[in-house]
Design a protein around this ligand. Structure first.
Ligand SMILES: Cc1cc2nc3c(=O)[nH]c(=O)nc-3n(C[C@H](O)[C@H](O)[C@H](O)COP(=O)(O)OP(=O)(O)OC[C@H]3O[C@@H](n4cnc5c(N)ncnc54)[C@H](O)[C@@H]3O)c2cc1C
Length: 486
């Protein structure tokens, strides 16, 4: 029987991020995807600053930056009357090289991740579906089906990244707790637009629908994403979206002259689900991304949170597989990511309510969704068992915080030095330097580092996923921290 160490189910943004994380640590893996071809619908159209930092660690953020917009304002209409334009919110901060959201379609993110995976020597196995599996104490036996063959495969770990409708989650017996809001449905799709300048996010507000229609342009193409709130009938049904339907809806709801949609390459119905899995792990099987949490798309955080799930799990799996940590490290995946999912469900539901209230009142819409917190830079693992409690530094840094990035005096960033799969150790002051496997030691002599970290003496241990594990005064504390895992 064929064997691998990690089997990843699904090649959406989450499965692909995890595959890159595993591949760059030289762990044997396979990634299988039921679809025969990559998806072409735009779906998520925003990378949040925290995800951009992760993609920078993977070496692909700089490829993506020129492919999207960061500055599009919000242009609002009531019917055919322009009622205002609001600039995009920015939350200037010095501790990141990516303070702004990047607006681009999800397929461009997936394409960049697939290119990275192929540079790492890997590839997605298309048209290959996980059909069944059974788990024993030593591993998981899976049945994979492709149009041309069936394969029995054993793997040590399986990670289900197979999306919101995951069948793996059900087979694992994980409950997906929450609700479906049958009354909240949208038409979504991609269209080409004639008659509008692609220099804003356009939104037609209405007391009846809230979002009567919204159009979001993508850079260097004539492709736009369309969204429109639909009102379901008594049975909870709405008509199937079509290009003709999009044109008719726009004409009826906006009365705008001279604007036409053509060449619709994707149409879908989006129903609001607010759900979270009650567990993220069953034996050696894990779930990540939409399998684990579904919520309103208001605020643009589903793909982003899934990418961050994968980034949290990847290094932990590798550490356990390589014998550098014991199995309990894997329990910290759920310990750390479930509170983030709870925050996500709450925040996106509140944001959606605020947005729809503003839209039905004719006051605004998408500008209400972007806040300091939706950048996801402030998310932290302060309560995690991996965050060794200590006093905050002079700049109020605590363990569990995301390690602030710092623009150094030589023009580079701290993240340039930390890039890669190792832990980081910043050494402030005169502490001696000990060479240690998988630990990148950075002599923190730069004044900008002192200021950002609020330390002139001591050691700051940074996890491979960029969070502060420990603020220590000597090496003994660092060794003691690592001993916890072994
Ligand atoms: C209109 C719209 C707008 C959105 N806007 C945003 C936004 O602005 N920002 C944001 O962050 N998110 C947004 N989202 C959400 C985002 O698209 C999802 O959160 C994201 O796709 C989740 O990624 P994933 O990898 O978990 O799952 P998916 O992208 O759903 O990928 C799962 C993959 O698993 C495959 N699969 C399923 N079952 C099997 C099986 N048995 N065997 C093998 N393969 C299988 C599927 O074919 C699929 O390719 C939006 C979504 C929609 C619909």
């Amino acid at each position: 029987m064929n064997q691998t160490t990690v089997l990843i189910i699904g090649a959406g943004p989450v499965g692909l991020t995890l595959a890159c994380e595993i591949a760059r640590r030289n762990i044997p893996y396979r990634i299988v995807e039921r679809s025969a071809l990559p998806p072409h619908g735009s779906r998520a159209k925003a990378l949040q600053p925290r995800s951009l930092e992760i993609l920078n660690d993977l070496g692909i953020a700089e490829t993506l930056m020129p492919l999207g917009y960061t500055e599009l304002p919000y242009r609002k209409f009531n019917g055919n009357q322009l009622i205002g334009e609001t600039p995009r919110n920015v939350f200037p901060r010095e501790d990141t090289r990516y303070p702004k959201i990047l607006l681009l379609p999800q397929y461009k993110v997936e394409e960049a991740l697939r290119t990275k995976l192929s540079e790492l020597g890997g590839t997605v196995e298309w048209a290959t579906e996980l059909i069944d599996f059974s788990q024993t104490d030593t591993g998981i036996t899976c049945r994979l089906e492709n149009p041309n063959w069936t394969e029995e495969l054993t793997c040590t770990y399986m990670v289900a990244c197979d999306g919101g409708k995951s069948t793996t989650r059900k087979k694992l017996g994980i409950n997906f707790v929450g609700e479906t809001h049958q009354h909240e449905q949208l038409w979504v799709g991609d269209v080409e637009v004639e008659g509008l300048k692609p220099d804003a996010w356009y939104n037609w507000l209405s007391p009846k629908y809230g979002i009567a229609c919204a159009l979001f342009p993508f850079k260097d193409s004539n492709s736009w994403q369309l969204q429109a709130v639909m009102l379901p009938d008594a049975d909870g049904n709405i008509p199937e979206p079509t290009l003709e339907g999009f044109n008719q809806l726009f004409k009826d709801r906006t009365q705008m002259e001279g604007i036409t949609f053509t060449n619709s390459t994707w149409q879908s119905i989006y129903r609001v689900n607010i759900r979270r899995a009650d567990r993220y792990r069953v034996g050696n099987a894990f779930i990540a991304g939409d399998v684990a949490h579904l919520h309103s798309i208001a605020g643009g955080m589903g793909m982003n949170t899934g990418i961050q799930d994968a980034y949290n799990l990847g290094w932990k799996l590798a550490a356990v597989i390589n014998g550098e940590a014991n199995d309990s490290l894997l329990d910290t995946f759920a310990e750390e990511r479930i509170p983030i999912a709870d925050w996500l469900l709450k925040t996106t539901s509140e944001n959606q309510r605020i947005m729809l209230n503003a839209a039905t009142a004719g006051k605004g819409a998408f500008e209400t969704l972007s806040t300091k917190d939706t950048t996801q830079l402030n998310l932290n693992y302060r309560d995690s068992s991996l965050s060794e409690k200590s006093n905050a530094t002079q700049s109020d840094l605590q363990t569990g915080n995301r390690a602030p990035d710092v623009h150094l005096n030589d023009g580079t960033w701290l993240s340039d030095q930390l890039r890669g799969t190792e832990w980081g150790l910043l050494i402030f002051g005169k502490a001696e330097i000990e060479a240690t496997k998988n630990l990148k030691i950075i002599n923190a002599a730069d004044e900008a580092l002192h200021k950002a970290y609020g330390l002139s003496d001591g050691l700051v241990l940074i996890r491979p996923d960029g969070y502060i594990a420990l603020i220590a005064s000597d090496w003994a504390e660092v060794h003691k921290y690592f001993d916890k895992f072994r």
